[in-house]
Write a protein that binds this ligand. Sequence first.
Ligand SMILES: *Cc1c(COP(=O)(O)O)cnc(C)c1O
Length: 396
Amino acid sequence: MSQFIPYGRQDISEEDIQAVVEVLRSDWITQGPAIEKFERTVADYCGAKYATAVSSATAALHIACLSLNLGEGDTLWTSPNTFVASANCGLYCGASVDFVDIDPCTYNLSVKELERKLAQAKRQGCLPKVVVPVHFAGQSCEMARIHELSKQYGFHIIEDASHAIGGRYQQQPIGSCQFSDMTVFSFHPVKIITTGEGGMVLTNREDLYEKLIRLRSHGITRNPSFMEGESHGLWYYQQLELGFNYRMTDIQAALGMSQMQRLDEFVQRRRDLANRYDELLQNFPLKLPWQHPDTESSWHLYAIRLELNKITKTHREVFEELRSVGIGVNLHYIPVHTQPYYQQFGFNWGDFPQAEQYYQEAVSFPLYYGFTEGQQYQVVELLEKTLAFVKNQKIH
Ligand SMILES: *Cc1c(COP(=O)(O)O)cnc(C)c1O
């Protein structure tokens, strides 16, 4: 193959470039008017009241946890089939982290398993304070049911929708926060829209929003109505809590704002390519992505499972062979609890068998806006060669 095909990448238009250049020529380049516009645009798109732009989804998850007062002695639960950031946010706050095994069809946190684990935690007096459902590959978790459980057991919900802007659940845009306290997006270049680096927290709760904007900038407020005592004058600000510099720049927000104009187009293109993969791969020894009827995925990933009983190569051999012919296949995800850093908390292989089984079979194929039908055909042909070669060996 002439050119390496990545599993994902950004698409930057002339309009995007112009939008960034305009900000560079303006008076504001750090957090300023472009941030507010970007936040309003995303909040309106999702049907949420408030949005807080920050420097990454990792930062967004961190301050989302802090705004709920997650801290020492508390527990956060998330999916093991995610990027480490979904779990690390709990550790940043001094809380403990635990996991809920995945559904073997959607690869999202299993609602059945969540129910079982909550009942057990209640008996043992160790219920979680925060649950972070991760919308894997852009497909929403079963939020209505998770929301019911949050009422029954008294936990907060932060949706990690890093993959999922532009997706829908029960007809509503992901990010509406209808079934959660907050929703987090990532604008990393491989995600659906990009700001280079960036993230956002959406919420319908004013109290959380006020906290989030303070935590993003050192815990400082310039609003006299939030201050203790009187303001000393126009220069005055007060630090009310320990915050950070997690601000996004106007340069990034201008790019994000411009990318938002094409969000629906981006998602439509990804959906078309995913449907085409479904067709082209239907007779392959693969388990293709399954979609819950309540969801419309934004298709961040096209993740399949190899049917290893039908081929003679190992998972690793298939993966390496595809890489060697220029296909940037990837693997989402190494179960978080198996990471060396997480071993100190007592986790072991075997703790979350569905996530581990999935890890041993999963491959993410290239999927992004600029991926052409020709390239997709090439990927499928090379995949057929990789897998069929083995089939032939078996048959003859
Ligand atoms: C990408 C990603 C993050 C982290 O996003 P950043 O913007 O890179 O900090 C968190 N959670 C999930 C599920 C992700 O895919």
